[in-house]
Design a protein around this ligand. Sequence first.
Ligand code: KIV
Length: 287
Amino acid sequence: MKQALTLPRLKAMKSQKKLIAMLTAYDHPSAMLSEEAGVDVILVGDSLGNVVLGYDTTVPVTLDDMIYHTRAVVRGAPHTFIVTDMPFATYRLGPEGTLRNAARIMREGGAHAVKLEGGSELSEEIRLLTSAGIPVMGHIGLTPQSVYQIGGYKVQGKSNEEAEKLLQDAKALEQAGAFAIVLELVTEELATAVTHSIGIPTIGIGAGRGCDGQVLVYHDLLRYGSGIRDKKFVRSYANVGDTIRSAITAYVDEVKTKAFPEEKHVFPLDNISVQNISTKLYGGEGK
Ligand code: KIV
């Protein structure tokens, strides 16, 4: 039986140059299928807001949303390492609030670790959480929770100053105790340089081929949704949205034309059921 990754094994994957496949999941079937397919790490991402809950950004996602979905994912993938995003404004609240919220994700949700967006400014929070036994994954580059501050979803680290800051942030996260770092929308050269300069794994999304692993959003990988936009850094391996729409269209059509249900789908009233029903309805008088 598959065993969930442990932090030492995840770290060893970097030194052994074994690439890490991480994928988001938000519910029981997406988690179960990801585990069956051999995903190393499942991320219950706050991209939940965009792809499941229908928001434009991740900002409206709440801690309760994350816990609710994490519980379903944990039930679906009991043998996979599960990381859950701390959503917008549930950390950087001072030590007490941050610790209380992270602990809820672990205790009530059942996640094995949490992920926080931000660089060196999070060092104190990460030290606090890791010293309380809560593993932390970092996330730098494009950090969607700060989209209003950044001014859009654009590639990060293009200027020398930005690149230097990102490198320093990665080192600060490692020093503070993060066990891995997501690099989102970063040039390939910078992501590769970051990967070589730290001892913990980097997991890239839109960060090129030099990272220690990759992460994609479940709905992007499957084109699961309607009108999913093409993104340069995504490869879709199926078109589940189109498949589902065609299936539902066929169902609607068959209901309206009486092609469904057919004879094989119905329960005929045989003698035994007549007897059961009349016993229930008339106390046996109808025999
Ligand atoms: O929320 C999410 O899905 C993420 C990934 C894009 C890394 O943070």
